[in-house]
Design a protein around this ligand. Structure first.
Ligand code: HEM
Length: 412
């Protein structure tokens, strides 16, 4: 890829619309398509950051050891004031696996890995199925409801809360703090949201430190106790322990919440596919993969060039930053035939929604299990799902999801 193509002003205009306008947040997919057509890897003339929209390039960047993490947010927002960028960069850093490079990355991931092995996740199946049933009972009794509030938010929060044994009465507070911190990850956060995000991050740190202190006095079989053991054996320092707990709690619920919401919305917008899934429950596994591909909850991640490297003819220099647009790569026609078609039986669906390589989502198996149980439960319980109002989208591009989704549900 030549650098002349990479500084194409038309592509920069598309990037601006994607990252800094409501248009990008509402429906980024036409903009992704136009950007990918201009260049599957584009270097912005405005900020010098690379943007990968093509599947092959995105996957190579995620896999290649010369691309790593930098703890600071690397997206230089187009048209956003320097003051706002400095506000983002001032946010307190939490040293967890998601911002670490080797060898720290393996040590930090290793501390939590044991809790996410296939057998561990499979052992949660019956409890999660029971939680799904309880939620569906309430939805069936109500007949109409906001499924974000009644199912998509509370279910994953309960699952991760139980995994870490966070007291039930604290989970709601935890939820609002975690959501407030996430706003700071958006490409163009409002200054007030950033201040709230900073304050929430400090409160969360205090809350988790207290939780750790309390758990020390009565250790159990939960993931928090496992992490405390790693700390006591010298595998994690105090800041890393707190950061890992926050990461698991936050990554563990909000993303899955949005998978349930985005997946349901995709089905509602494609009634023939909903009918197909309802007629053949064995499609639930491939349907969840298609929901992940079609409208992924995590639209982007960032990488830092650790050493000069050539990828498919593009030269990346040490110190440069790359934004990998996962949601764009998932719609690349070179990899997914008819990529804008939602197909619950799509074969060979190797999407990038859980990223790839060393930072591949630690909770992917858990997220898949939760979503599969939710969609199997919905199709067993209800014959018909209908929208009763306009779905409300939460602001932001990086974490894509709904604030509310009101449905009428007809029971069998
Ligand atoms: C649909 C649900 C989910 C999606 C779409 C998702 C997506 C992702 C993505 C894209 C990454 C890679 C980030 C990067 O490369 O910078 C990631 C990492 C991670 N995810 Fe998830 N995630 C989901 C659910 C979960 C759950 C349920 C948990 C935990 C209970 C979890 C825990 C993590 C952790 C710990 C990492 C960091 C891994 C590392 O850096 O080595 N995720 N996730």
């Amino acid at each position: 890829m030549s650098s002349a193509l990479a500084t194409d002003p038309q592509a920069d205009e598309l990037l601006h619309r994607l990252l800094a306008t409501a248009e990008g947040q509402q429906d980024p997919y036409p903009l992704y398509r136009a950007l990918r057509t201009a260049a599957p890897v584009h270097r912005s003339g405005l900020d010098g950051v690379w943007y990968a929209t093509g599947f092959a390039a995105a996957r190579r960047v995620l896999l290649h050891p010369n691309f790593g993490k930098t703890p600071r947010l690397t997206i230089r927002r187009h048209g956003v004031s320097e003051e706002r960028v400095r506000m983002v960069e001032r946010r307190p850093l939490r040293p967890s696996m998601i911002t670490a490079n080797p060898p720290e990355h393996s040590r930090l991931r290793g501390a939590a890995k044991g809790a996410f092995l296939p057998a561990q996740i499979e052992a949660l199946r019956s409890r999660i199925a029971m939680l799904v049933d309880e939620r569906l009972d309430r939805l069936a009794a109500a007949g109409t409801a906001d499924v974000m509030a009644e199912l998509a938010y509370p279910l994953p929060l309960t699952v991760i809360g139980e995994l870490l044994d966070v007291p039930e009465q604290d989970r709601e507070d935890f939820r609002s703090l975690a959501v407030a911190t996430l706003v700071g990850d958006d490409p163009d956060p409002a200054p007030e949201a950033l201040s709230r995000s900073e304050a929430a991050s400090i409160q969360l740190g205090d809350y988790v430190s207290d939780l750790v202190a309390a758990r020390r006095t009565r250790p159990g079989n939960d993931v928090l106790s496992l992490l405390i053991e790693h700390h006591d054996d010298g595998g994690l320092d105090n800041a890393e322990l707190v950061a890992t707990v926050i990461l698991l709690l936050a990554a563990g619920f909000f993303t899955t919440t949005n998978l349930i919401g985005n997946g349901l919305l995709a089905l509602l917008h494609h009634p023939a596919e909903m009918k197909r899934l309802w007629a053949d429950p064995t499609l639930v596994g491939s349907a969840v993969e298609e929901m992940l591909r079609y409208d992924t909850p995590v639209q982007l991640t960032t990488r830092h060039v650790l050493a000069d490297v050539d990828v498919d003819g593009t030269h990346f220099r040490q110190g440069e930053n790359v934004v990998v647009l996962l949601g764009a790569a998932n719609r690349d026609p070179a990899c997914f035939p008819e990529p804008d078609r939602f197909d619950v039986a799509r074969p060979d669906n190797g999407h990038l929604s859980f990223a790839w390589g060393s930072h591949f989502c630690l909770g992917a198996r858990l997220a898949r299990l939760e979503a599969q149980l939710v969609f199997s439960g919905l199709l067993q319980r209800f014959t018909r799902l209908e929208l009763t109002g306009e779905p409300v989208r939460r602001p932001g591009l990086a974490l894509r999801g709904l604030e509310s989704l009101r449905l009428r549900m007809t029971s069998r």
